[in-house]
Design a protein around this ligand. Structure first.
Ligand code: GLN
Length: 269
């Protein structure tokens, strides 16, 4: 395939998979079609689309923003510029939640992005979930994903947890932004130049969102209830030193990826 050579020459990794995904999208067909029709000439319109997609990818646009979707926990999620592309490491948060004792009660997801977390939890647990985000684009995309997967998510535009009533949640989950602004120059251009700053960066040390969530969660979580957060660094644990049952889990490469803690009962307001 000419596309593979072009992508290889332009140092786009992985070239074969990228070419296949873009070609499938140009043809509006599934992978199996590529293999069963590999000898067929490409229709002219598909050539035009394919050429444009290759050009966009070489210019730095992530494949998922070109094809418009990303798989997460076996479901297909619509994505577009303005929402974070769901990452496989966020599936740890899903698995942890699915293993909690049932029924869980009132669950909220802070910063829904594409809706990967809230839609997956609502669909897997077959219960309503509250989805909060500040971004109208994120809320719109997440709403479409919830409808697509028949997930019962109640979306609210909110600056973190400010729209929630005190003492109203049994579980708060979030994959907040956790990249330090000072690390911006070191990021891959696909991420830095194409994914939303609001979803990536959290102040000079990358901890701003956790600071806000820790404070607000004290108000909106019921005492004895749990917060569950994707994290990027062990230092986030220090913010939760007054909480109970703090636990940090590492991913397969040994990096901290998940923090959970329980709000003490009988706290002073
Ligand atoms: N909750 C969404 C996800 O995990 C968005 C997270 C974000 O924008 N930081 O994909």
């Amino acid at each position: 395939m000419q596309g593979i050579k072009l992508l290889t020459d332009e140092k786009i990794d992985p070239p074969r998979l990228t070419a296949e995904l873009l070609l499938m999208h140009a043809l509006r067909k599934e992978r199996v079609f590529l293999f069963s029709h590999s000898a067929d000439p490409l229709p002219e319109l598909a050539w035009i689309h394919y050429g444009r997609y290759l050009h966009e990818r070489i210019a730095g646009k992530p494949v998922q923003y070109i094809t418009g979707h990303q798989e997460f926990f076996t479901r297909n999620f619509k994505v577009q510029p303005g929402v974070l592309i769901p990452r496989p490491e966020t599936e740890h948060l899903i698995e942890y939640t699915l293993n909690l004792p049932k029924p869980i009660g009132v669950i909220a997801d802070a910063g829904v992005g594409s809706g990967a977390i809230c839609v997956t939890l609502a669909a897997e647990l077959r219960q309503p979930v509250i989805g909060l985000d500040l971004s109208p684009t994120a809320l719109e995309v997440a709403r479409q994903n919830a409808a697509e997967h028949k997930a019962n998510v109640h979306f609210i535009q909110s600056n973190w947890l400010s729209a929630l009533r005190p003492n109203s949640l049994d579980l708060l989950v979030s994959n907040p932004p956790y990249i330090a602004l000072t690390d911006k120059p070191t990021l891959q251009r696909e991420v830095r130049d194409h994914e939303p700053d609001l979803a990536l960066f959290a102040g000079d040390d990358g901890q701003d969102a956790y600071r806000i969530l820790e404070q607000q969660a004290r108000q909106v979580l019921k005492p004895g209830c749990r917060i569950l957060l994707e994290i990027g660094a062990l230092s986030t644990r220090d913010l939760f030193s007054n909480w109970n049952e703090i636990e940090v889990q590492n991913d397969l490469s040994g990096r901290p990826c998940l923090l959970t803690a329980v709000l003490p009962e009988g706290r002073a307001e």
